[in-house]
Design a protein around this ligand. Sequence first.
Ligand code: SAM
Length: 248
Amino acid sequence: MEEQTHFGFEQVSPDEKKGRVMGVFSSVAGKYDLMNDLMSGGLHRLWKCRMRQCAAVHAGSMVLDVAAGSGDIAQGHLQKMGDSGRVILSDLNGPMLREGARRMLDAGYLPGRADCIQADGSQLPFADHSFDCVSIAFGIRNFVDIDRGLREFFRVLKPGGQFICLEFSRPILPLLDVIYDTYSFHVIPRMGKWVTGDRDSYQYLVESIRRFPHQQRFSHMIRQAGFDMVRHENMTGGIVALHRGYKL
Ligand code: SAM
């Protein structure tokens, strides 16, 4: 029987998942940033700010931001680096990456400082030991094979390099899970339809969040990929978690 994976709550083949994830982000690319602000009430900016604080990015660093999308994480890294260092923005999806490229140019970051490369995060076109830091925000839950992605991040990091991941996770406060579920399943798809005309992509978004491993399980997967000193911190009661690990 053909291997199966999940696309939200549906069982699909790995190829179908990859194609449908492509479709989701092609459909929402133009309104992606606006929807992030609306859905999270602006909270995603605070979550990303904390990620930037914790990222091991310094003057002269070589950084890979996987699933870079519209480029706000990459821009944060570049601001932190000052005048030296380089960020590669990589994403599976061309329209999302174009939003990222536009943001880089608008902010004055030219090729050489910020470069965009279209690639699947679980098959990266980079040599072993290339980066000081690999970051990914709200991207890894869309991968067909998360373990394979984590192994790729480990491979391309230099010894001593940091992996840092921001992702939706599991609420840990009493009642928050009920409120969050109601909001996710009843409000977000409607909001998606209203703003982007595409309800299904936002239905996928909330389903994919429920399918993603909880904090401890994801830490275990990061360790299994080879990382040491793995830890996580919860934000907004565990709605989002920031995981970190090092290639020692
Ligand atoms: N990192 C950005 C942010 O935090 O706003 C964008 C996150 S967006 C929710 C998810 C991104 O993951 C999309 O741009 C999508 O194209 C990308 N993506 C999905 N599957 C991917 C894969 N297998 N490899 C690389 N990027 C992928």
